[in-house]
Design a binder for this molecule. Structure first.
Ligand code: PMP
Length: 351
């Protein structure tokens, strides 16, 4: 590390995003994007807005936040949006943690949680998932920490029921519980209704998966007004114009186009089930997924080898090296045709 770099951050291990080859030569099943383009209404909205890029965007993101509130049936003052849900999660770390209020999260979960812990110089505790890769709510009661739980979880794909989420929220009345619902639209149960009941609950969502807008960088949080006000305090102290003009109109149009959203989700869930059936027949063990990806392993065949062999054949999936999950690969659900190619290549590799 150079002599100018912060000593406090000298041990920082940055988040490693999935590979993003720019030549688009691969069948990309490694970063849980949607295989479908954004709604035509999104494309139209962006075209109209692009002429106004000489002017700053609305720091209140009103058009976007109001569209989110309307689509999800929550109050307009219960929404904040940000530059991807990563930024919203970062705001939560800044707003609701302290020297004496660290964070906790499952040991196998979204890789950014421990990175933010280090960036914001907080004490962190990774709580092990059960042997069958589930979150045990009892492990989170009276944690004394700000809790981050992805539900459904990633990279496992496993979803926790609302009763269990409520148990955690109720069991931590003096701490914030952040439920990261990046993948909830693919079959999970949302905790949004609980935000009315609990002043310590924040639900975080993204447009990157189910709204086909990973490249637009839009995420948001739903919570009671007092928490949203505090998140806004951080936002306006950090990056007031955090959503650009194109993202604001794109997000609003995507939220309004319920029909397109439901069509894409329906297709991804259908193709997911077909893929699960086919891979199971080939001897794969697949964790029960409520997401747009599956987490799969084949006895006697290492996750790394499968990843490498698939890459040679032009298919990118995600492999994690950490001990408990090194036998698995995470496979994003693509189009039916892409998944057919995947199945064919996997069969050939196993031969
Ligand atoms: N949470 C989880 C669980 C995720 O998998 C991701 C995607 N990598 C994110 C949050 C961040 O999504 P984005 O910043 O694209 O909204």
């Amino acid at each position: 590390m150079g002599r100018f770099f912060s000593k406090r951050l000298s041990g920082l291990l940055p988040y490693v995003p999935g590979e993003q080859p720019q030549d688009m030569q691969y069948i990309k099943l490694n970063t849980n994007e949607s295989p479908f383009p954004p709604s035509p209404k999104v494309v139209e909205a962006i075209a109209g807005e692009s002429e106004k890029l000489n002017l700053y965007s609305d720091p209140e993101c009103k058009v976007l936040n109001d569209a989110i509130a309307k689509a999800l049936g929550v109050g307009k003052d219960m929404v904040i949006s940000g530059n991807g849900s990563d930024e919203i999660l970062a705001f939560c770390y800044m707003a609701f943690c302290d020297d004496d209020t660290g964070v906790c999260y499952p040991d196998i979960s979204y890789g950014f949680y421990p990175v933010f812990k280090d960036v914001f110089y907080l004490d962190g505790k990774a709580i092990p998932l059960t042997d069958d890769f589930k979150v045990n709510p009892d492990d989170y009661i009276a944690s004394g920490r700000t809790i981050f739980i992805a539900n459904p979880n990633a990279p496992t794909g496993i979803s926790l029921g609302l009763d269990d989420i409520e148990k955690i929220v109720k069991g931590n009345p003096d701490n914030i519980v952040v439920i990261d619902e990046a993948y909830v639209d693919f079959g999970g149960e949302t905790a949004i209704p609980l935000t009315y009941k609990y002043e310590n609950l924040i639900v975080v969502r993204t447009f990157s998966k189910s709204r086909n807008l990973a490249g637009a960088r839009i995420g948001f949080a739903i919570a009671q007004k007092s928490l949203i006000d505090e998140l806004n305090k951080i936002k306006f102290s950090f990056n007031p114009y955090n959503e650009d003009r194109l993202a604001i109109v794109a997000g609003a149009a995507a939220m309004d186009d319920k029909e397109y959203f439901e069509k894409c989700i329906g297709e991804i869930v259908r193709v997911r089930e077909v893929t699960v059936t086919e891979l199971s027949q080939m001897g794969f063990e697949i964790l029960p997924s409520k997401t747009n990806f599956i987490f799969a392993k084949k006895e006697g065949f290492s996750g790394e080898k499968l990843y490498t062999e698939l890459k040679k054949r032009g298919i990118l999936v995600r492999h994690f090296k950490s001990e408990r999950i090194k036998d698995f690969v995470r496979i994003t659900i693509g189009t039916e045709e892409q998944m057919r190619t995947l199945i064919r290549e996997v069969a050939d590799i196993l031969k």
